[in-house]
Design a protein around this ligand. Structure first.
Ligand SMILES: [Zn+2]
Length: 432
């Protein structure tokens, strides 16, 4: 009883000190006004590129944008008149707590190792111009702690929409003991749940401890040792439960799905996005359009990883599955575009080094997407998928001043997006 009382008092004192701290900060910092002179501006919403534009920022937000926008008296001027300015990019599928490497290391590292390295990966991502990420799977709530530290301003990094642990059936794609002894226990590491009741409980548990979005494994995949790469691994009833439970808590769901059956079940359940969508078929594409489901399309990382997987000691099960996925990406991408499926940018970064996210644009463009449309997948479309179109994804009044610049015209040379020379997040310069 006494312990409980002490606990309550302790909480009350903590809350008070937080409030006092907040008041002090507000009174001694006035918003700074900044004007950016942009040689060319791509607004992130598909408007024509504007030459010699001015962007006015007050505090953390953009307050005015335009060709003839006057520079307010006393504003700090940032001259990017030899560069193209764009909104901060958004990667809708990262794994910010892991990095690619030799197979044997995976089982030898814990979530503590992940937590130690994650700030480095977060910084690399931000400095590459990705000011927001949707992190689609991390063990032990490391992504939540990272997100919170960044939001508090303790460490630099992108805004993070955190999925926490991917929800998977027993033996499914994020059951991390696939292929190991039945006596190996990894309680708390992965998000395994079977049946409607357990699934609903796991969704509640993840949201309770900080999940912003729910990631569900609707099919098998490459990077774990289940037999199939594409089998549907949850029933319709189970997927319906994931989406329904998440929706009650105001959360969206992204479904990892390679195979066509799992894609369709996930779309029918009402997920916001299909991740990968490698073996999408005509019916699946039509259903995605009908339901407004986004395709978060990655591809570059699978090729990159497959080239190294043998040397890194990955089992043939995984290498063979990677081969099937690599072979499927282009067809799926072109089929999705033929049906006008909405596409959002995603890289699975963590399978490639963090900070190389923009290399995914290469495949989009090589497979026929015009550069402007490719940019929109990582701005307007990504913001819409996350539900933050009123905060990020465009250079427009009222939005956060998340702004990047590249040294030239990315519409002529899209690889310039891999060489971001200026990054601002919430009105603060991160890289110049
Ligand atoms: Zn992933």
């Amino acid at each position: 009883m006494r312990a409980t009382l002490q606990l309550i008092l302790c909480f009350a004192m903590m809350t008070m000190s937080v409030l006092v701290g907040a008041q002090t900060n507000d009174s001694d910092t006035l918003p700074v006004t900044i004007a950016i002179k942009a040689g060319q501006l791509i607004d992130g919403r598909g408007g024509p590129a504007i030459s010699n534009a001015v962007i006015v920022i007050e505090g953390e937000r953009i307050i005015a944008v335009g060709k003839n926008t006057p520079i307010p008296d006393g504003a700090q001027v940032i001259d990017l008149s030899h560069a193209t300015v764009l909104p901060g990019l958004i990667d809708c599928h990262t794994h910010i707590t892991v990095s690619p490497g030799v197979a044997v290391e995976i089982g030898r590292r814990s979530f503590v190792d992940a937590a130690i390295m994650a700030p480095t990966y977060a910084r690399a991502t931000l400095e590459a111009g990705f000011t927001t990420i949707r992190n689609m799977g991390a063990h032990s709530f490391v992504d939540v702690s990272l997100r919170n530290a960044i939001d508090r301003g303790d460490i630099p990094g992108p805004r993070i929409v955190a999925a926490t642990m991917s929800i998977s059936a027993t033996g499914g794609h994020s059951d991390v003991t696939n292929g190991y002894s039945p006596y190996l226990s990894v309680a708390g590491l992965s998000g395994v749940a079977d049946g409607v009741e357990d699934i609903r409980k796991l969704v509640r548990y993840e949201i309770k401890y900080g999940a912003d979005v729910i990631k569900v494994m609707a099919t098998a995949g490459a990077m774990s040792e289940e037999e199939s790469v594409d089998a549907a691994l949850y029933t319709q009833e189970e997927l319906d439960a994931v989406v329904d439970e998440a929706r009650m808590w105001g959360r969206r769901v992204g479904a990892h799905a390679h195979g066509s059956e799992g894609i369709k079940r996930a779309v029918l359940a009402g997920v916001a996005s299909i991740e990968h969508g490698t073996f999408l078929d005509e019916e699946g594409a039509r259903l995605m359009v009908e339901h407004g489901t986004y395709l978060v399309k990655d591809s570059y990382e699978d090729r990159w990883f497959m080239e190294r997987a043998l040397e890194w000691g990955y089992p043939h099960t995984i290498i063979d599955k990677l081969g099937k996925i690599v072979a499927g990406h282009e067809t799926a991408f072109k089929l999705a575009r033929k049906h006008s499926v909405r596409i959002a940018f995603g890289t699975d970064a963590g399978m490639i080094p963090h900070g190389e996210n923009a290399k995914q644009f290469r495949d989009y463009i090589a497979w026929g997407m015009p550069p402007m449309e490719a940019i929109l997948t990582a701005t307007q479309n990504a913001a819409d998928l996350i539900g933050w179109e009123d905060r990020i994804g465009a250079v427009a009044p009222g939005l956060f001043a998340d702004i990047i610049a590249v040294p030239g015209d990315p519409l002529l040379d899209p690889t310039l997006l891999e060489r971001v020379s200026f990054v601002m997040k919430s009105g603060e310069i991160v890289k110049q």
